[in-house]
Design a protein around this ligand. Structure first.
Ligand SMILES: Nc1ncnc2c1ncn2[C@@H]1O[C@H](COP(=O)(O)OP(=O)(O)O)[C@@H](O)[C@H]1O
Ligand SMILES: [Mg+2]
Length: 278
């Protein structure tokens, strides 16, 4: 049995729930500690394999870094997990029982999968607070009653998120006046309003100052545990500072996985990826 087969054996999902298990099926079953299963995933665009038999297992509460050169398939993987792209073959499960490939983008979001895209998309003409309030209204589906006051519970949640993202003292500032890094944190905050179980974060520190990058590492580290966070990032210094399990993608497959020091001393990784760094 090779290493991959051994891992699959160990992580193999339990038997499917009996038919008619009903709403219980929507409960995320993490009895094997794994929140996200990706197995044998392949996606091709005009014959080009963006993902090629990819296997990835993310534990509940984990903070995982995904690295790989441009075109390695990182964004495509996130597109498949969130239902934006349909794969040619393979499986994606949320916990033991929920088949994400059978769900729409909206259903996947509803299940607790949140995604932060690379470019911040905050409402610049609105205050920080108003941006979070809007996210809350969308989440609670109370957009129709914009004039109605939020409940004190809703306000507490917003206040809590402001604390987490470190923008409490800027709550009244226009989002457009924030630094690039602060906008990224605000967008992470807008994601947190929905209380996601799994957060997929694509290149959060691109364009940030060193100090903002450091603060973002702290922020994402603080979110893990209660949530599961998958971060795609090019910035090796940043990945090193998070220092959790790192998965290296190459040509749509996993090339290596382990601690940052394992990865850095892996000859295959050095050859195809780290070797490119000056
Ligand atoms: N919608 C698409 N149509 C055609 N090719 C695509 C599409 N999306 C991604 N690709 C190709 O798939 C490969 C993987 O892309 P991507 O997942 O964006 O890589 P990464 O995020 O790791 O840089 C690239 O070669 C890219 O050009
Ligand atoms: Mg990408």
């Amino acid at each position: 049995m090779n290493r991959l087969q051994a891992v699959r054996q160990r992580l193999r999902r339990g038997p499917a729930p009996p038919l008619g298990a009903g709403s219980d099926q929507e409960m995320v079953d993490i009895s094997h500690q794994v929140l996200l299963y990706v197995e044998g995933l392949s996606v091709s665009f005009d014959g080009f394999k963006a993902l090629n038999e990819l296997n990835l297992y993310i534990n509940d509460g984990e903070l995982r870094c995904l690295i790989g050169a441009n075109g390695a398939g990182k964004t495509t993987l996130m597109d498949v997990i969130t239902g934006k792209t349909r794969p040619d073959s393979g499986q994606v499960y949320f916990g033991q029982t929920i088949d994400l490939l059978g769900k729409t983008e909206a259903q996947i979001a509803q299940l607790g999968v949140g995604r932060k895209f690379q470019k911040p998309t905050v409402f610049e003409q609105q205050t920080v607070f108003a941006n979070l309030e809007l996210a809350m209204r969308v989440e609670k589906n109370i957009l129709a009653t914009l004039v109605a006051r939020l409940s004190s519970e809703n306000l507490d949640s917003i206040s809590e998120v402001l604390d987490i993202i470190g923008l409490k003292s800027q709550h009244d500032a226009l989002a457009g006046a924030l630094s690039h890094g602060q906008k990224q944190w605000l967008e992470i905050g807008m994601l947190l309003i929905a209380d996601p179980r799994l957060m997929l974060v694509d290149e959060p520190v691109a364009g940030m100052t060193a100090q903002e990058t450091e603060r973002t590492a702290e922020l994402l580290t603080s979110l893990a545990g209660k949530r599961t966070v998958v971060v795609v990032e090019h910035d090796m210094e940043f990945v090193r500072s998070i220092a959790k399990t790192v998965t290296v993608l190459h040509q749509g497959s996993v090339l290596a996985e382990g601690s940052m020091s394992d990865i850095q001393s892996d000859p295959a990784v050095i050859e195809v990826y780290l070797g490119e760094d000056p």
